[in-house]
Design a protein around this ligand. Structure first.
Ligand code: GDP
Length: 200
């Protein structure tokens, strides 16, 4: 399940511009600052693989990375930039929703959730939207190394609160994995999970 080779293939502005070679793909999505670039770099064990522009308001693109010449990791634009206009936000949802609904080779979305903060409405909205549209989903909690943080900020409490809300909204709780790009927690579990997803 290890990543031996990864190469950037292309950035696409729309689902219909994405690679057409029918390889399975796993998309990674989350609020900006959730730790997406750190997690991708931790999985790949390389620096600077995530090439996305992180500047809010810049053109948002779907980035395809070919892994071991056999499947894609797809880096989706982060949502929830505090500083962007409503026009950019609407843009984000229109084009990302198009991707989720039209991409036949999409095996699963890894929805990154920052475990160092309490449940955020925008993450829950996103999870619920994906669930309602039957997009296969795995929750990947990030920054779980902060387990010794002060009460009220502890990842285990935040995760429990998040999952409680998800249980109320989903028939079945999607799979979840606890990770930290700092300690490497969950790295191998996530890689194994991704290889199982591809082999269904
Ligand atoms: P992105 O905007 O989602 O790509 O987020 P980044 O990967 O750039 O990370 C955002 C911030 O969170 C940075 O300051 C990182 O150092 C920090 N961060 C990312 N992952 C972790 C983690 O696993 N643990 C801790 N403690 N901090 C993290």
């Amino acid at each position: 399940s290890q990543i031996k080779q990864v190469e950037f293939v292309k950035s696409s502005a729309r689902a219909r511009d994405c690679p057409k070679d029918d390889l399975p793909e796993i998309a990674i999505l989350g609020r900006s600052n959730v730790g997406k670039s750190s997690l991708i770099n931790c999985l790949v064990r390389k620096k600077e693989v995530a090439l996305t522009s992180k500047k809010p308001g810049k053109t948002q693109l779907i980035n395809h990375f070919l892994v071991n010449k056999s499947w894609y990791i797809v880096d989706l634009p982060g949502y929830g930039f505090a500083k962007v206009s409503d026009a950019v936000k609407t843009d984000w949802s229109a084009f990302t929703k198009g991707y989720f609904l039209n991409r036949d080779t999409l095996v699963c979305v890894l929805l990154l959730i920052d475990a160092s903060v309490p449940p955020q409405k925008i993450d829950l909205d996103c999870a619920n939207w994906l669930g309602r549209n039957n997009v296969p989903l795995t929750f990947v909690f990030t920054k779980c190394d902060k387990m010794k943080a002060a009460k009220g900020k502890r990842p285990d409490e935040n995760i429990k609160a998040f999952q409680q809300i998800i249980r109320e909204n989903f028939k079945q709780h999607p799979p979840w994995i606890l990770t930290s790009s700092v300690s490497g927690l969950g790295r191998d579990e996530l890689l194994l999970h991704m290889s199982q997803l591809r082999n269904y």
